[in-house]
Design a protein around this ligand. Sequence first.
Ligand code: 3PG
Length: 211
Amino acid sequence: MHTLFETIEKYRVVPVIAIDDISAALPLADALLEGGLPLAEITFRTQAAAEVIQTLAEKRPELCVGAGTVLTYTNVHDAIQAGAKFGVAPGLNAETIDLAESMEWTFIPGVCTPSEIESALAMNFTVLKFFPAGAMGGIPMLKALSAPYAHTGVRFLPTGGVSESNLADYLALPTVLACGGTWIASKNDIAEGNWEQIKQRCQRIAEIVGQ
Ligand code: 3PG
């Protein structure tokens, strides 16, 4: 039995998904599953997010579904109600963190500076989203940030500007647990029903991760 972080570390990529149309939820899930990447972070950037999470949690239990862009108390509440197994946020927000903790819900807050990392460590988080990874300096920045904190056991989920071309370099950093990104299943791909392309992208990710 894998813990959630073990599952994320096994697949090493978390597709970050913004989905408007509930009818796309199951075909998208099937593309991810058939591609061998059974993880999805459904972001609260659309009105449909909670309903999509609930549909996937009920109808595709083999997919590990989390919530992304968790910004508010209501987002945490709705995500848990809908059955999200974990939550991810771009920043450190006391209100969302407190509720997630009181509900014993796995939460990955976002950081991009040493002080934010230290705040998160003081709150006992061990896995942190590093966002926006590319704009903050990408791999050299994360390498430099890791130096004083690697010994704490902290692991990062870099997101923002990660792509097929730089994935292997991010994953080579020992402090990187996994990478997140929208490139696997973009809004456009979902709107156009490009399920085969999404599936093939997942298969290429599995090859990169396997190398
Ligand atoms: C996120 O919220 O995780 C990011 O917006 C994803 O960034 P990307 O579109 O560059 O992958």
